[in-house]
Ligand binder design. Structure first.
Ligand code: GRF
Length: 217
């Protein structure tokens, strides 16, 4: 059973989707620990309600990002985490974390990357007049929202959308995509071909052929 470390800063609705998928055994994984950098964040309550260890690691007490990430790595190791899932974790992470969990840190972003990296992705899609946006689960590299793409889902941008209505439509798809991406890792199906993710066929399939990541409709 793959052990997940979920890092969150806010409402934690993606965390909830992951907790639910694990509880329903929809994915062969369990949340070993939830780490939050913001006191009082709803994500902490969600972890506690699910009976999962929840740790507040406030960044104010660390002199540098590296020092924070070193403590984070120690904490994740203590909980024997295999895969780190950033779920609305509003902090830039450093090579200290990335080198400890090589190609084992995932992030979810509310756009079809590589469009609209960074903050306010829904606002940027509206401002650009895009007709389609969506969400992306990707492996984290040293850039901001630049790593290899694992799963994406597209949603329409509708006439009359506001930043809030578009973000909500995207968020609903995030809740499907994140558990799906984690399942692919937990099943050992993810392989990197340069910067591209290839998916092995499900275990038991003798072909174990490579295929491209899925784009849900
Ligand atoms: C999501 O939109 C995610 O894509 C972004 O931050 C938001 C987190 O929402 N990285 P939640 O805390 O999971 O509800």
């Amino acid at each position: 059973m793959m052990r997940l470390g979920v890092l969150a800063s806010g409402s934690g609705s993606n965390l909830q989707a992951i907790l639910d998928a694990c509880a329903q055994k929809a994915i062969p994984a369990e949340v070993a620990v939830v780490v939050c950098n913001v006191a009082g964040a709803k994500a902490l309550q969600r972890a506690e309600s699910a009976g999962v260890p929840a740790v507040l690691l406030a960044h104010g007490q660390f002199p540098t990002r590296d020092a924070y990430d070193a403590e984070l790595v120690a904490l994740l190791r203590r909980h024997q985490v295999d895969l780190v899932c950033l779920a609305g974790f509003m902090r830039l992470i450093t090579p200290v974390l990335l080198s400890a969990f090589q190609n084992k840190v995932l992030n979810i972003h509310p756009s079809l990357l590589p469009a609209y990296p960074g903050l306010h992705a829904a606002r940027k899609a509206l401002q650009a007049g895009a007709r389609v946006s969506g969400c992306t689960v990707h492996i984290v590299d040293e850039g901001t929202d630049t790593g290899p793409i694992v799963v994406q889902a597209a949603v329409p941008v509708l006439d009359g959308d506001t930043e809030e209505t578009l973000a909500a439509r995207i968020l609903a798809q995030e809740h499907r995509c994140y558990p799906r991406a984690i399942a692919l890792f937990a099943q050992g199906r993810v392989e990197l071909d340069g910067r591209r993710v290839r998916l092995r066929a499900p275990q038991g399939d003798p072909a174990r052929t490579l295929s491209s990541p899925e784009l849900f409709d």
